[in-house]
Design a protein around this ligand. Sequence first.
Ligand code: 13P
Length: 262
Amino acid sequence: LRLIYKMKAFEWLKRAQAEKFAIGAFNGASMETFRAIVQAAAKLKSPVIIEASHSEVEFFGMTEMVAVVRALEKDFKVPVILNLDHAPDLESCLRAIEVGFDYIHFDGSKMPYEKNVRVAKMVVTAAHVRRIPVEGEMDHIGGSSADHRGEEALDVSHLAAFTDPENARLFVLETGIDTFAGFFGNVHGLYGGQKNIDLDLLKRIKESIPTKFLSLHGGSGIPGDQIKAAIKEGIVKINVNSELRVAYAEELKKTLNQPNQK
Ligand code: 13P
């Protein structure tokens, strides 16, 4: 058990790839959420990824997050990989590496391509010195991690183009990233209509970068059968945020509305 608990992000991703399973990656910015994630992982005897986006990190604090995650990992004796999610610049990636994050997702998808490649390469160089895997993104994964169910039906056609497998191959080659975050229908957020991912495109992305790890963003609201099929096609990391935010908000409202909570 001690050995498993000490396994780092690279080893877990390699194991997931070899044994065809995916590790859940859950966002949070509160003590309750972090504890709930680790508690659930311990119950399932599973490794887990805790991740925080730029705004979540700003809210909770980077060093605070490392301290809390390391304490929970020790208490619950379950492997926890701490991931900086969609980091928008080099500075935040370097800081996260410095303070003890285990995994970095640099998201330069809103930058011009050349700049995205240039910064991603710098992040890779800094992270690999500490054996920290780096995830990269080139086709902006649209939507936002929120409850959009009361809004108009989801129309993905106006969002950025889906990933082109050949472009993914070049991006991975030029940057040296370890995990590729592709866009194939997996928008962020919960929507009224069902989310559908393009499994055939995912298969072709995998074929173009067979040795690399693949992540699935926008995990909330993707039906279970599609999640399983995506794992079969090589997904090793599944990001979920909105579903946790909704559960947290609903439970909080329920509790505050109880008559004895005045
Ligand atoms: P959801 O909000 O759709 O679960 O997506 C989360 C995510 O991809 C975080 O990077």
